[in-house]
Design a protein around this ligand. Structure first.
Ligand code: ZN
Length: 146
């Protein structure tokens, strides 16, 4: 592709204008840096980023680490961003944030889960349901008001 002399001159002029703009901008930046007492070569370009403990390829500012870790753990375990952890339980947890399941519903949930599972355990169903219920109570007690 041959350029006309006129087009070539136009392009050279445009490049010269870009060079001038870049040089002006660099001078403005140098003046600003000198005024605030910095030097360009000693000013870190990146913040001090920390590694994600779940995936060392992830890096983020320390202030975002906790939120990132929760999302990263969920993602690692096959959940997406629509899922979240239960709020941590403590005395200030509002009752409106706590799930209450009555005993009949608990038994229904456990029986349904057992019936739907393909458990091959050689145990009497009712006995197993009691064991599961006990396990459920021990491990999830903090989330449930009986
Ligand atoms: Zn991560």
């Amino acid at each position: 592709m041959d350029l006309s002399t006129e087009e070539l001159l136009n392009r050279k002029e445009t490049l010269k204008q870009f060079d001038n703009y870049i040089e002006d901008t660099e001078n403005t930046l140098k003046c600003f840096v000198e005024k605030v007492g910095w030097t360009l070569d000693k000013t870190p370009i990146k913040d001090n980023l920390v590694k994600c403990p779940i995936n060392s390829e992830h890096r983020m500012s320390p202030s975002k680490l906790e939120v990132h870790c929760q999302k990263c753990i969920l993602k690692k375990n096959g959940y997406d961003s629509s899922h979240s952890f239960y709020p941590s339980y403590n005395l200030s947890t509002l009752l409106s944030q706590t799930v209450t399941i009555d005993e009949i519903t608990q038994m229904h949930i456990l029986k349904t889960a057992y019936d739907e599972s393909n458990s091959t355990l050689n145990m009497i169903k009712e006995c197993l349901v009691q064991d599961i219920l006990q396990y459920f109570i021990v491990h999830y007690k903090k989330y449930i008001l009986f």
